[in-house]
Design a protein around this ligand. Structure first.
Ligand SMILES: [Zn+2]
Length: 142
């Protein structure tokens, strides 16, 4: 089990870091598994409700992470965005868990796992990036 760290890649504590006990109290077991243990929800099972404000927040700490205007339909089974709300809202880390390099995406507010980002897949978007985010990690900022 590879839990997520309470310090960011430069060694500083995340601004919204909480104790493991607090996360366990505040999150459902499944939310805890994905956000704090870097789990993955099964494809096509996550439901991300529409956001009336156009903004999605981190499920764990409430940081504003993505906008619905940058969401696109990648047919991959998870919510996909071509850009975060701002580059400093997420932290991107090398991840070799599957034996090859992927780029993991974590919340810059609390360090919780969000998903992965893939580049150069040929999507007709402004960035050709696919932020493949577990729906359970986000909530509409309403
Ligand atoms: Zn967060």
């Amino acid at each position: 089990m590879s839990g997520v760290s309470n310090t960011n890649p430069s060694g500083s504590p995340y601004p919204n870091a909480k104790s493991d006990e607090t996360w366990r109290n505040e999150l459902s077991p499944f939310e805890y598994h994905v956000l704090r243990e870097a789990g993955t929800e099964p494809a096509w099972t996550g439901k991300l409700p529409p956001s009336t404000t156009g903004v999605y927040q981190c499920r764990a700490c409430g940081a504003e992470l993505f906008r619905s205007s940058e969401k696109f339909d990648s047919q991959c089974g998870w919510p996909s965005f071509f850009s975060p709300l701002a580059g400093d809202r997420v932290v991107e880390l090398d991840d070799y868990d599957l034996g090859y390099r992927r780029t993991e995406v974590r919340c810059a507010g609390c360090g919780s796992h969000l998903g992965h980002v893939f580049a150069g897949e040929g999507f007709d978007t402004p960035t050709d990036l696919r932020y493949c985010i577990n729906a359970v990690c986000l909530k509409p900022a309403d």
